[in-house]
Design a protein around this ligand. Structure first.
Ligand code: BG6
Length: 512
């Protein structure tokens, strides 16, 4: 044996391969807002999938808290249906039965002291009977206006207070406020009850494999780094396009709009990961610090009316289906000015990125569902070909396909066979589906597991949230003063103003 092989590994001590995820210790997860869509479609299925993958301990409990008049059995039935309809992994009776023994439900409203006292009794009993050891994660899947009441109740009932070695954590779903001021207020309320180190803010994009892979692509390879700067990159386009409309979501979305819904969080986080410098390690603090530096150096390209676009979908066709416009969707007022499409242009004030615009766009009812990050490279300074030979050649691009067809594409020019020297775009593809046999976990599996492990790397901290609002606030204010958003036909790629925004600077949006 030589080299690495000569290091003897005791297989009995190395019980688990370090490459596999760690198993959570004894604990419970308490979900507030357990009757909501997110809990049903994502959280409960993710808990089951984690159990199915062997990543939850035998002493794990799932507690639901809501106003419904349910008992533990009713709750178990609700979880069962959610798992049946939405779990990623197959149903295994023995896993389900072991997990379901730890299900409890507490019925009550957020302002009901007795209900929180009952929750406390329930958790104490679980500590003794199931061995959850006083470790509790409170998941607030509730409207932000209810945060202060729930935090106050957790504080009053003593549930937020750690005793001895145990831990208490709070998990917060977005939106983290609706502007900088409200975010600060919210952060100070949460931090008055839970120290920042116990606060886990969910940005589910950070839980996606393809998003974590940005770090591997950039920092595990030598190939891309020399290209990753204003020397070679012309601009960056980050697109999150959805084909779904907003039927059924008026309560949350009306008055919020596309920019607050996903640019403030998902898209700015993607940008930070693409633009940040190499962290000195992947310790959470080091990673957060690098993202914070990017966000602090980011500002809007001015003037805002020429470098932003917003739109609202009108009626149109989604494939072969005729779909209504936003104003015809249930719950939206006839004079709603909520934007369902938003595009902004940002610059990062740093040596690496000086002069490179970052274009971020998102929209509902667009041509198709796709999220991607495209680094579009500068044109070659000189093309020693006859002009007609390169008519079909566009700018080189590196495209990180976040979803749904997860992978990476490199676009470059190649000679067309049998032509004299015609050059045309071709794609070199990496696709998760063919490169790996392992399936990607759902974002919520990774994030819930990390909460239970107390691993904060993938959760934006206070400062990131506030800096993101600082970037977005002026845009939203300018839009508020400029009347209605433009209308775009459903099934298209957004309003004409979005194309005009790129036209002005001689660029075009990609049609992914
Ligand atoms: C959520 C937004 O954060 O992300 C939704 O509130 C959006 O409006 C959703 O539809 C998209 O998530 P994903 O993972 O399907 O891209």
């Amino acid at each position: 044996m030589s080299g690495r092989d000569s290091v003897w590994r005791n297989p009995l001590r190395d019980r688990r391969d370090k490459r596999l995820p760690r198993i959570a210790g004894p604990c419970s997860l308490i979900i507030f807002g357990v009757t909501g869509d997110l809990a049903r479609k994502k959280l409960m299925p993710a808990v089951y999938d984690l159990a199915n993958r062997g990543l939850l301990p035998p002493s794990f409990a799932l507690v639901g808290f809501a106003r419904r008049d349910w008992d533990d059995e009713d709750f178990a039935k609700v979880v069962h249906d959610a798992v049946r309809d939405h779990a990623r992994t197959g149903f295994r009776e023995e896993v389900w039965e072991r997990l379901a023994e730890g299900f409890r439900f507490v019925s009550g409203s957020f302002d009901d002291d007795d209900a929180f006292d009952r929750l406390k009794d329930t958790l104490h009993r679980l500590d003794k009977e199931r061995g959850t050891d006083g470790n509790h994660a409170f998941y607030l899947s509730i409207p932000p206006k209810a945060f202060p009441t729930v935090c106050e109740q957790l504080h009053r009932s003593g549930l937020a207070t750690e005793e001895g070695d145990n831990w208490r954590r709070v998990v917060i779903e977005k939106p983290f406020g609706h502007d900088l001021e409200s975010a600060k207020e919210l952060n100070s309320i949460v931090n008055s009850v839970f120290p920042e180190s116990s606060v886990f803010r969910i940005d589910h994009y950070l839980g996606k494999e393809t998003v974590q892979n940005i770090l591997a692509l950039r920092f595990a390879n030598q190939l891309f780094d020399p290209l990753w700067s204003s020397h070679y990159v012309d601009h960056v386009q980050i697109t999150m396009a959805e084909d779904i409309g907003l039927g059924g979501r008026a309560g949350y979305y009306d008055g919020i709009g596309a920019a607050r819904d996903v640019i403030q969080n998902h898209l700015l986080q993607l940008m930070a990961l693409v633009a940040m410098e190499e962290p000195i390690s992947f310790e959470p603090k080091q990673l957060q610090d690098e993202k914070i530096k990017v966000l602090a150096a980011t500002s809007n390209i001015l003037p805002l009316d020429e470098n932003t676009a917003r739109g609202q979908y009108g009626p149109g066709w989604q494939g072969s289906q005729k779909v209504p416009g936003l104003l015809e969707e249930e719950g939206f007022s006839q004079d709603s000015t909520t934007e369902t499409f938003a595009a902004i242009a940002l610059e990062v004030d740093s040596r690496r990125w000086a002069g490179v615009p970052f274009y971020l766009r998102t929209g509902k009812r667009l041509g198709r569902r796709v999220t991607e990050i495209a680094l579009v490279f500068k044109r070659a300074p000189h093309l020693p070909f006859d002009k007609t030979m390169t008519e079909e050649l566009s700018q080189n691009a590196l495209v990180i396909r976040v979803q749904p067809d997860e992978g990476i594409t490199l676009r470059f020019g190649s000679k067309v066979p049998a032509s004299s020297m015609e050059v045309r775009d071709v794609n070199m593809d990496f696709s998760y589906g063919t490169a790996f046999t392992e399936a990607s976990p759902e974002a919520y599996e990774r994030l819930i597991l990390d909460v239970l492990l107390g691993e904060p790397s993938l959760f934006p901290v206070n400062e990131e949230v506030e800096l993101s609002w600082k970037i977005l606030d002026p845009v939203i204010e300018a839009w508020a003063e400029s009347g209605r958003p433009d209308t775009y036909e459903s099934g298209t790629w957004g309003p004409a103003s979005a194309d005009a925004m790129m036209d002005r600077v001689g660029r075009t949006w990609r049609r992914p």
